[in-house]
Design a protein around this ligand. Structure first.
Ligand code: NAD
Length: 303
């Protein structure tokens, strides 16, 4: 089993908000890239900025001759289509012994099935979702949560090292995706709590910037207050680079994991509903920090 060090060839599928900067880190580290995205513009823009990368016309073409294939797609259903079920799927081009790494935030139950299906073709799967957002994708300091075999993680360590700072083996196939969904439940719940606190505080006459500063020096501090409070919410720029639609999907995944295990978690259940209703009002493409606008809408309607 050879380690995937530069100049190994990586097929990379999904050059969106996250995939683009992550693939850029790999190109800069000296990996050879074979790219595919439904959006031809996403691929041509990337190749314009990184001429050593090769544009391809399908997941299968991207996979041909690659030592590993990375997916950074909206969800596990899209990943399954690209890797095994769709037309010209990647599996048709992958050599036995190649490694598939799904870095999307997918449903862990789907991931367990994908791992079994790929193993039947001699292809190993790691789930390796990330946390840290676009900013940490750009500077290569993502947190990467890995599910799968420890030996496969060791094989892929130089690839992960180019994109992330904290690389954690969470357990077998699906463990990374489960932990990621639960992480985003905490992140989403913390964000809603901050937004509701800001709406109530403003109505009381408090200054929102002062509120965020006090949270950050007090026990209310969270990623929402530290990273999103002043930068995206109080400023009303709402430009974190992660959509409300994807956050609602992650909440749904966390809820599905709990239901799959027969666990009823009331606050999680309510969070799933809250974000689904918010997305119906704001639209799936709204930035997830616009959940503050949704909290304001609810407050206005409740008067
Ligand atoms: P995005 O919508 O910006 O990018 C998705 C990309 O996939 C797009 O370029 C799209 O054209 C492409 N695509 C869609 N369907 C395809 C298909 N069938 N074949 C090929 N390409 C296809 O999404 P993103 O924000 O980059 O998120 C990607 C994944 O990472 C999601 O699972 C998301 O939940 C997760 N994530 C996002 C962030 C963030 O801050 N944006 C942070 C951590 C994790």
């Amino acid at each position: 089993m050879t380690t995937l060090a530069p100049p190994a060839t990586i097929a990379f599928i999904g050059l969106g908000m996250m995939g683009r900067p992550m693939a850029a880190r790999l190109a800069e580290a000296g990996f050879k890239l074979r790219l595919y995205d439904l959006s031809q513009k996403a691929v041509s823009d990337f190749v314009g900025a990184h001429p050593s990368a090769l544009a391809t016309a399908s997941p299968k073409a991207a996979a041909q001759g690659a030592d590993a294939l990375i997916t950074m797609l909206p969800d596990g259903k899209v990943v399954r289509q690209a890797v095994i079920e769709g037309r010209d799927a990647a599996r048709e081009g992958l050599a036995p012994g190649a490694l598939v790494v799904d870095m999307s935030s997918s449903n862990p139950v789907d991931t367990q099935k994908l791992a079994r299906d790929l193993a039947a073709s001699g292809v190993a799967l790691l789930d390796a979702p990330v946390s840290g957002g676009v900013r940490r994708a750009i500077d290569g300091s993502l947190s990467i949560m890995v599910g799968g075999a420890a030996a496969d993680l060791e094989r892929a360590r130089p690839v992960f090292g180019a994109m992330g700072k904290t690389i954690t083996l969470c357990g077998p196939a699906g463990a990374g995706h489960a932990l990621k969904a639960l992480n985003n439940y905490l992140s989403a719940a913390g964000l809603v709590a901050m937004c509701e606190a800001l709406v109530v505080g403003e109505a009381f006459g408090l200054d929102p910037g002062t509120m965020v500063d006090v949270f950050n020096s007090s026990t209310g501090k969270s990623n929402a207050t530290e990273v999103k409070g002043r930068q995206f919410v109080v400023s009303r720029t709402f430009a974190a680079g992660f959509t409300a639609g994807l956050m609602a999907k992650d909440l749904r995944t966390a809820g599905d994991v709990a239901s799959h295990l027969g666990l009823d978690m009331p606050v999680l259940r309510q969070s799933v509903g809250y974000w689904a209703d918010a997305v119906a009002r704001l639209g799936p493409a709204a930035d997830h920090t616009e959940i503050f606008r949704y909290a304001e809408m609810l407050a206005g309607e409740g008067k």
